[in-house]
Design a protein around this ligand. Structure first.
Ligand code: NAP
Length: 290
């Protein structure tokens, strides 16, 4: 049981975490801070937080657990704002979608107090953002990746593991580098492609008419193109090296498909499609639905 959770960034992820901890009876009170006072006030009105703080530092004051749930580009400024109150034993986590940049920032800003920081990335979310969409069940049945570094205190990693497990998440640990390489492939590139693909259809002269004919496959395929622009700008910029590597790989695969189409080689095209289809089916059978 934590005495006080300080949430910095009372949006979808921060608000959902506060609600989940409250539901599970894991925290006595929640203090929240967001950039706009109106967001913080709304979080209080909705019962997501109990006390609205006027600064990030005030949200950390007296908290034995701190969650930083701001866009990844705002983590540097947030850590700078709170570093004077980061005390030994306080568990500080983020929920940023990239980890190498966050860990580098934490090392640089927190210095020896980086031992309190347990970087986290819940594989949960929605296309919508903001406190209105906070949901106490968001993390249930979802994976949470922790990317501790050599300095991270093992007992705080254990505390973080127990906490996420208590709200129904499955906890995995990996290095920040492996995290960013993997999520470039399975999350960041698909978002980049969804933005590009939807734009290319919608912006062509007959785009509106074509879209009016689109079926469920198109809807499934483009769902994530409606994601939050600010959040995805930050993620794509922060993990650009890995994303560009994945994008190049994708380009080669697309080139191979286009090549056999141009050649009119139906057999080769079918082989490429069969290989993708079988791999997708195999993956589906071996992976629990999340
Ligand atoms: P969100 O709903 O837009 O919430 C972000 C909150 O951070 C807003 O309340 C915003 O305040 C606040 N904020 C922005 N800059 C700030 C600053 N400098 N100081 C204090 N508060 C600040 O976004 P979200 O979806 O919860 O995303 C938060 C983090 O979770 C991001 O790092 C993202 O990468 C990560 N994440 C998101 C998802 C997802 O699917 N959404 C999944 C996994 C991880 P205002 O309302 O005042 O602007």
């Amino acid at each position: 049981m934590f005495n006080q959770l300080g949430v910095i960034g009372c949006g979808l992820m921060g608000g959902s975490f506060a609600l989940a901890l409250k539901r599970a009876g894991l925290v006595r009170q929640v203090v929240g801070y967001s950039k706009s006072p109106s967001t913080t006030e709304k979080a209080k009105r909705l019962g997501v937080i109990d006390i609205a703080a006027e600064s990030a530092l005030l949200a950390v004051s007296g908290s034995d657990l701190v969650l930083i749930a701001v866009p990844v580009a705002a983590i540097d400024a947030t850590l700078k704002a709170i570093r004077h109150l980061v005390e030994s034993g306080v568990l500080i986590m983020d929920v940023g979608s990239t980890k190498r940049d966050v860990v580098d920032t934490a090392r640089r800003v927190l210095k020896d107090r980086v031992d309190c920081f347990v970087p986290a990335h819940p594989i949960a979310g929605k296309e919508v953002s903001g406190i209105d969409h906070a949901d106490g069940q968001l993390y249930g049945g979802r994976q949470v990746i922790l990317t501790p570094i050599a300095q991270t205190r093992p007992e705080l990693v254990q505390k973080a593991t127990d906490l996420w497990s208590a709200i129904g998440s499955q906890v995995l640990k990996m290095s920040p580098e492996n995290h960013d390489a993997a999520f470039a492939a399975v999350s960041h590139l698909p978002h980049l492609l969804a933005f590009a693909y939807f734009s290319s259809v919608a912006k062509q002269p007959a785009g509106r008419e074509f879209l009016s004919l689109a079926g469920p496959g198109f809807r499934d395929f483009t769902r994530i193109a409606a994601s939050d622009p600010e959040m995805w700008r930050d993620v794509l910029m922060a993990n650009r090296e890995e994303i560009l590597k994945q994008s190049l790989r994708f380009r080669h695969t697309l080139d191979a498909l286009e090549h056999v189409i141009k050649q009119g080689n139906g057999d080769a095209l079918e082989d490429l499609i069969r290989s993708a289809s079988e791999m997708r089916l195999g993956w589906q059978m071996s992976t629990p639905k999340r």
